[in-house]
Design a protein around this ligand. Sequence first.
Ligand code: DAH
Length: 343
Amino acid sequence: MLDRIKALGEGAINEIRASESRQDLEKLRVGLLGKKGELTEILKGLKELDGQMRKEVGREANLLKGKLTRIISQKAEELGQKEVGKSLGMDTGFDFSLPGTELPVGALSPITIVQREIEKIFTGMGFSIVDGPEVEDDFHNFEALNIPEHHPARDMQDTYWLENGQLLRTHTSPCQVRAMFKYGAPLKIIAPGRCFRNENVDASHENTFFQLEGMMIDKNISIANLIYVMKLLLSEVFKRAVKIRLRPGYFPFVEPGFELDLNCLICNGAGCSTCKRSGWIELLPCGMVHPNVLEYANIDPEVYTGFAFGLGLTRLAMMKYGIRDIRVLNSGDLRSLKQFATV
Ligand code: DAH
């Protein structure tokens, strides 16, 4: 009897596994476990057996019953999924009910996030986004910006010179020059990009950093236009009304030149450690385009005027996101980037 149960079990399991439709499976189930099923009959016959035998056979038969019930219901589920798949035209054997594989999600660098935000603000005001090479020449990086050879202003920017006489651009200002030559006046452009200076790297200095240059040239452009555009930019970036002030600043390519300070957003001007108790944060150099610069680019300074500014993108991203060490930004450390994932 025990052998019969064993053989019945083995045969049944093979048949169940091989069945190809729910109907076949149901037939098998009835044949085994239905009212007159083979296993049911064995269980019914238990009472005919005596003592020890009844105990052993009963145990085996019931174990098999449980096993077959489980296997049949698993198979039924499997076949059911296949049938749904077939009806959806997915008859490929692919189990589409399996959960998908999760792909790792990347994140934008905080500099890119801020850059895109500013690009949106400026394109909304009709500015175009322009680009320029990172390997520049003396003319575009210095000469055409009113910084001739031997001009002391060259010392302000520790330049990486290349063996062929070219250089790694020290600022995004050469993009102004290229845009003026290419498009003439009137002109409304911004130029985000990577710049290089031979700095000793520490928590607040990097040899590789990002700036965003801006320039607007037209008839009757005045300091009022400059202030308006800068205020609008900063209130959009910081998502609140901001107070700014202009202090005189010196850059050979603007006259007058300014340092634009932002009223400290942490203490609202009262004085705190972020603004070094002054109430103001030095944020962005700017000014009215020097007539020599316009002339260099064949734009008549008697007809056109303009303003320009050079925003430190890296610095702005650090301020916005409270990043204290500039080295994190170029470290390539995915753990710091991950914090900026939006998904
Ligand atoms: N290019 C300057 C620098 O990196 C920043 C700058 C100052 C840009 C004044 C400008 C400007 O367009 O008007 O130090």
